[in-house]
Ligand binder design. Structure first.
Ligand code: WT7
Length: 647
């Protein structure tokens, strides 16, 4: 479990800003909606799904529990996601409204209207069809934060293809794993992306990934974006611009069943390779849209919404692309790093585009606090009316800074707890109804039955325990791609199929507020990114010099958690070995998985039964006093050695 050290005692409760009428206007309204969900859940979901989505064929059945925990929502309805995000708004006369504002790192800006986006999506969908892509086929998207990434996602949905976006900073090896697991027929990429004034290569990584294996990939479609020279295999590679230019800007959408797979997104677990989280069409879209309206109070005619997440993560899927577009509003995409050319970049973007709703991660907030208040103070932040946070617990210092220095005490702070698996927010305040407490995600959204339970599954109404979701909800994952058993084992096994187990520890206070304590499994949260300790350990032992490795997290002021690796070598360490191993992990997974600390030892502390003593390693990593009982250790010397050898 991660413990962010905090020096600030903060027990205040912040009332919602007065005089603003939100989409959910009061706590009474919130409680009434929650009560409706409790007494007549299916009728309530039915009403919302009918009102919010455009159906080609209306559904009759709300929820099918027959194959629980494989739930099916709105299953006999048919619809198309891209129609819900594009065509319907154009038909409603909003064709000229800006759908996407894109800003590149060098400062170039593009405004893309709904009509234009629809035309681009149709061209791209036609191009995919010409390449033989059919409904149910998997398409890998490995792109920078550019509008074409959204176009590619929406084009897949238009023809029923299943996309799997791979974060652009993942290595060729990680890309290859995902291509092979999905069995993708097509990869959509770009020559490269902008990063810190330089270029970050993408297409060359695809080439490397495809050199070994990946037999299923027939074509690679490449967007020219960064002037990065690339190799082209004429039998396989196609230029995005040429392909789209040859197509019509009209494409008949394929109406799919509600449960038609929409995307697979990989996320780390406590064991084995990352798992492909599967989301389907109607339920996911419904919740993306509702949470935009509820947690962000999104009002599409007046708001400019900016979620800083990359489309490579679930946050980017739901809140950079699908949520805002489903609502017919304007979403902002920024390609570069938050501190380029200086620490004022995010605030400058907020000022330049008159952003009203801003959503980012605590790690970014903490890094920007360090840079100093002069950066935000240089920019006009008066357009902001709401500030969101996601990805990890937000420490009170960061919350208060966000609230005062960025929000000028006018903007509600919306701390949203959710996961790749839940598709959208689960626990979050309603910004103009729920009083907030720094560090608490407050209360479950209407329709979400979250609870804290003890090891036996008994509810803890006040106190600490494990976070569970007790009822199915439309946007929940439908499984792990190709591994039904792992889905059951990971999420349902712990409480005998009764509850969804999120993997987080949480505490409830006397007001029923939820305080998320962090992961209780071997999953790290580094800068809001989820990483499995086992994945990093496998990467380390795949290096010829390494005999054994154990990875744990330790508290870090900026990243939340830093990665600490304990390594047993087959040979003596030379001076460069720690760096070589860091580099190796970066190549195997991606730079985000690079260990911060590497500690060498002759062996790892284990119990008599041979289990690595992780709690002990966490204490050593954090430089804390050892609390574990080491009397059973095979070799007590190891501990002293590990405490000293920090590389
Ligand atoms: C894990 C999910 C879902 C968006 C980004 C991360 C942690 C997420 C919060 C929050 C405390 C949070 C949890 C969760 N987490 N949001 N507001 N407060 N912890 O998605 O990669 O699927 O990770 O992130 O530990 O289980 P993800």
């Amino acid at each position: 479990m991660s413990h962010i050290t905090t020096i600030l005692e903060e027990n205040r409760t912040f009332p919602p800003p007065a005089g603003v009428r939100g989409n959910i206007a009061s706590l009474d309204e919130y409680h009434a909606l929650c009560a409706r969900f409790q007494t007549e859940p299916e009728a309530t979901w039915r009403e919302l799904a009918e009102a919010q989505l455009r159906w080609d064929q209306p559904f009759t059945r709300v929820l099918n529990r027959e194959r629980a925990p494989f739930f099916r929502w709105f299953e006999d309805g048919r619809l198309n996601l891209s129609v819900n995000c594009l065509d319907r708004h154009v038909e409603d006369g909003l064709g000229e409204r800006t759908a996407i504002i894109w800003e590149g790192e060098a400062g170039e800006v593009r405004h893309i209207s709904y009509s234009q986006l629809l035309a681009d999506v149709c061209r791209a969908a036609n191009a995919l069809k010409r390449l033989g892509i059919e409904a149910g086929d998997r398409v890998i998207i490995y792109m920078p934060m550019i509008p074409e990434a959204a176009v590619a996602m929406l084009a897949c949905s238009r023809i029923g293809a299943i996309h799997s976006v791979v974060f652009g900073a993942f290595s060729p090896q990680a890309l290859r794993d995902r291509i092979e697991d999905t069995g993708a027929r097509l990869v959509i990429t770009a020559d490269g992306g902008a990063r810190r004034g330089g270029i970050h290569a993408l297409k060359p990584n695809v080439d490397t990934a495809l050199q070994q294996g990946c037999q299923t990939v027939e074509h690679v479609l490449t967007v020219r974006h960064a002037d990065n020279p690339i190799d082209t295999d004429p039998a396989r590679d196609i230029d995005w611009h040429t392909a789209l230019a040859a197509e019509s800007d009209k494409c008949e959408p394929l109406m799919v069943e509600s449960e038609h797979p929409l995307f697979i997104l990989y996320t780390s677990g406590s064991t084995g390779k990352p798992k492909g989280i599967l989301h389907t069409t109607a339920g996911y879209l419904l919740w993306a849209k509702l949470t935009m309206q509820w947690s962000f109070d999104f009002q599409p005619a007046r708001d400019i919404f900016w979620c800083t997440a990359d489309v490579g993560w679930i946050t980017g899927h739901t809140y950079s692309v699908y949520g805002p577009l489903a609502c017919g509003g304007t979403t902002v995409m920024y390609e570069g790093v938050p501190t380029y050319p200086d620490a004022g970049r995010l605030w400058k973007i907020c000022a330049d585009h008159r952003i009203t709703l801003f959503y980012t991660a605590p790690t970014a907030i903490r890094a920007l606090i360090k840079a100093g208040d002069q950066w935000p103070n240089r920019h006009d932040l008066s357009s902001l009316r709401l500030l969101g946070t996601v990805g990890e617990p937000i420490n009170p210092e960061a919350w208060i800074w966000y609230h005062t220095v960025i929000g000028k005490e006018r903007c509600p702070i919306v701390d949203t707890w959710w996961q790749t698996e839940t598709g959208g927010h689960m626990i979050a305040p309603l910004p103009f109804a729920t009083p907030t407490k720094p560090g608490s995600a407050t209360l479950p959204l209407p329709g979400i039955d979250a609870a804290v339970v003890d090891e036996h599954g008994d509810e803890v109404t006040e106190g600490g325990g494990l976070l569970v979701l007790r009822q199915p909800f439309p946007s929940m994952l439908r499984g792990i791609w190709g591994d039904d058993q792992r889905y059951i084992d990971t999420y349902w096994h712990k409480f005998d199929g009764k509850y969804y187990f999120a993997g987080d520890g949480a505490r409830r206070d006397a007001d029923g507020y939820f305080w998320i304590m962090g992961r209780v499994d071997d999953v790290l949260n580094v800068s809001g990114h989820r990483l499995g300790t086992m994945e990093i350990e496998s990467a380390l032992v795949s290096h010829p010099a390494v005999a054994e490795a154990a990875v744990v997290g330790r508290p870090d002021e900026i990243k939340g958690e830093a990665i600490c690796a304990f390594v047993v070598l087959k040979q003596d360490a030379d001076a460069q070995l720690a760096d070589t191993l860091r580099q190796h992990v970066s190549q195997e997974i991606g730079a985000i998985a690079k260990p911060d600390d590497i500690r060498f030892a002759d062996s790892l502390p284990k119990t008599r039964s041979g289990k690595i003593m992780r709690r002990l390693l966490r204490d050593i990593a954090a430089g804390r006093e050892i609390t574990s009982d080491t009397s059973t250790l095979e070799d007590q010397q190891v501990v002293a050695q590990l405490q000293q050898n920090r590389a």
